[in-house]
Design a protein around this ligand. Structure first.
Ligand SMILES: [Zn+2]
Length: 415
């Protein structure tokens, strides 16, 4: 009976749409495109306070912890809770659904369950994590909930402008010293709904994605050191040109991917700084980011080795010194196979065209998956675009994904 009730649960798509539109009114800043609720900004905090109000209206016990995570708990049943949600913080000039969808849809799921008269056997808790977008270099909120964040990390984390995390927290009345870790025995499962942020579902014409693995990622800062000099007087053969070293490595990325990579491999140089960065000077230094991803850690290791080798070769050819600083190495994370199968089963029962797929982007579900069973549902992203004002998902796709999400939450809570 419980199983059937979960599989038939319906949400109110108009109410979900109204919530998404309401929270996105917060974060519209004059002169900036898109949605702007950057972590621990006034807009981010206003979004979190808006959510607390909505959670209370839905009859949930709402609170914010010391790092800004918001919880709304439906205290029913007994035992470990079903946690469901995502994040409300955005990148600068972000889109309307990244994170926001999962938070609002979790709230809608609980309202729908209450209205359907369902009697969960365990508590259901909505969670809106803090700084998922990594302004301070991690996924602070979910990592803190899972007990992965130490006091020394909090003390040393800074954003791109050098602002310490502790200061950003204190400025918003939050407490960097607070221990917000939750006992993992209190959590039965974590479920998240998110936009795909890629082009796969649109291309394959699948209606939802059920994620079975989240790619691992390594994050390097590479410095090539040569010699800055006059661009007119220094013969080409006598230069130690850091830009040409960087360019030679960049041109070799395709070869590395063709030789060692697969469908899920990504290698990206996304940030480059030359100095002196002046048209009439040879670049004496090039500092660049290298982000590598794959769903197989052996492939990640092979990619990393090949990148080191190619950087060294390019540096040798141009007389450059190399420094590679590895900022982080996160292994791929498999989501719980039983949760994946249960979501896929509910999708089939609902007549949805579902695709089991990998996630190339990191999500809160991946943090939770290291500690508790976790599941992640994707809806299609128009043109595969995200982290931009043009980010969009059609409302019928939102309704399908949110319905499946609600049914997965209900099935876990009734089981
Ligand atoms: Zn997100």
């Amino acid at each position: 009976m419980g199983e059937n009730a979960a599989a038939c649960l319906r949400i109110d798509p108009a109410r979900l749409k109204a919530d998404i539109e309401a929270v996105n009114e917060i974060g519209r800043i004059e002169g900036l495109a898109g949605i702007n609720r950057v972590s621990f900004s006034d807009e981010d905090m206003a979004g979190r306070r808006w959510l607390i109000g909505r959670l209370k209206t839905a009859g949930l016990a709402a609170q914010m912890d010391g790092v800004g995570n918001v919880f709304g708990r439906w205290n029913v049943g007994a035992g470990p809770a079903v946690l469901a949600g995502s994040h409300l913080d955005t990148v600068p000039m972000g889109g309307p659904f990244d994170g926001t969808l999962g938070v609002c849809a979790a709230l809608e799921a609980v309202r729908a369950m209450k209205e359907a008269g369902l009697a969960p056997r365990r508590p259901v808790e909505i969670v809106c994590t803090a700084d998922e977008e990594g302004r301070f270099g991690g996924m602070l909120g979910s990592q803190a909930i899972c007990g992965e964040v130490g006091a020394d990390w909090i003390a040393s984390a800074v954003d791109d402008d050098g602002l310490p995390l502790a200061e950003a927290l204190r400025a918003q009345g939050l407490d960097p010293m607070a221990d917000v870790a939750r006992d993992r025995r209190e959590i039965a499962v974590f479920l998240e709904l998110h936009i795909e942020q890629g082009p796969v579902l649109e291309r394959t014409k699948d209606e939802v994605g059920v994620v079975d693995v989240v790619s691992g990622v390594f994050n390097w800062t590479v410095t090539l050191c040569g010699e800055a000099n006059h661009s007119g007087t220094t013969p080409m053969s006598m230069r130690r040109d850091a830009f040409r070293g960087l360019a030679e490595f960049g041109a070799g990325l395709s070869e590395i991917v063709d030789r060692l990579g697969g469908e899920q491999t990504r290698l990206t140089v996304g940030k480059v700084a030359l100095s002196p960065n002046f048209p009439h000077s040879i670049a004496g230094q090039a500092v660049f980011s290298l982000i590598g991803r794959d769903t197989d850690e052996d492939v990640m290791r092979a990619l990393a080795d090949a990148c080191r080798e190619k950087i060294a070769r390019a540096a040798a050819r141009h007389g450059l010194k190399v420094d590679i600083a590895q900022q982080s190495w996160l292994p791929p994370t498999a989501l719980d196979p039983r949760v994946v199968e249960e979501i896929a089963r509910l999708a089939r029962a609902g007549g949805l065209k579902a695709r089991i797929m990998a996630s190339g982007a990191g999500h809160d579900a991946q943090t939770f998956a290291r500690h508790v069973p976790a599941g992640l549902i994707f809806v299609p992203s128009l043109g595969g675009i995200s982290h931009a004002p043009e980010e969009w998902t059609a409302w019928p796709d939102i309704e399908r994904g949110a319905t499946l999400f609600a049914r997965a939450i209900a099935a876990s809570a009734l089981a």
